[in-house]
Every structure is written in structure tokens, then in C-alpha cells.
Ligand binder design. Structure first.
Ligand code: SF4
Ligand code: SF4
Length: 56
């Protein structure tokens, strides 16, 4: 399990700043979650202004 990013992502980087384990980074204008390090805490979900990042 890991959080995943939808097409609604606008690359703002809010999730990147919110993630406590550095599992999400913005690459080429879109957020990418590293499934191996994501602990499913949900912090990115709360930080995302477009609801683009959600639990799988
Ligand atoms: S759910 Fe938590 S650990 Fe996973 S990417 Fe989001 S903020 Fe990071
Ligand atoms: S907070 Fe949402 S819109 Fe912003 S980079 Fe992360 S997933 Fe994309």
C-alpha cells in the first residue's frame, strides 16, 4: 500500500513539504510517491489543494 497521485496534480509541492519521511517528490511538474518509503500517514492528502493524492 502507498498513496498515489492522480491527474489532478498541479505540481505545487505541498505534499512534498508535508511528508514526514520524504516519500513524495515533484518530478517534471507532477508528484511521485515512492511506494517503498510511504508509510500511508495521510499527511500529503491533507496538504494537497486539489485532492490529487489519496490512499490506494
Ligand atoms: S501518505 Fe504520508 S508517508 Fe505517504 S507520501 Fe503521503 S505524507 Fe508521505
Ligand atoms: S500537493 Fe497535490 S497538487 Fe501539489 S504536488 Fe502534491 S499531489 Fe500535486
Amino acid at each position: 500500500m502507498a498513496h498515489k497521485v492522480s491527474d489532478a496534480c498541479v505540481g505545487c509541492g505541498a505534499c512534498e513539504g508535508a511528508c514526514p519521511v520524504g516519500a513524495v517528490t515533484v518530478e517534471g511538474g507532477v508528484a511521485v510517491v515512492n511506494a517503498d518509503s510511504c508509510i500511508d500517514c495521510g499527511a500529503c492528502e491533507g496538504a494537497c489543494p486539489t485532492g490529487a493524492i489519496t490512499a490506494e
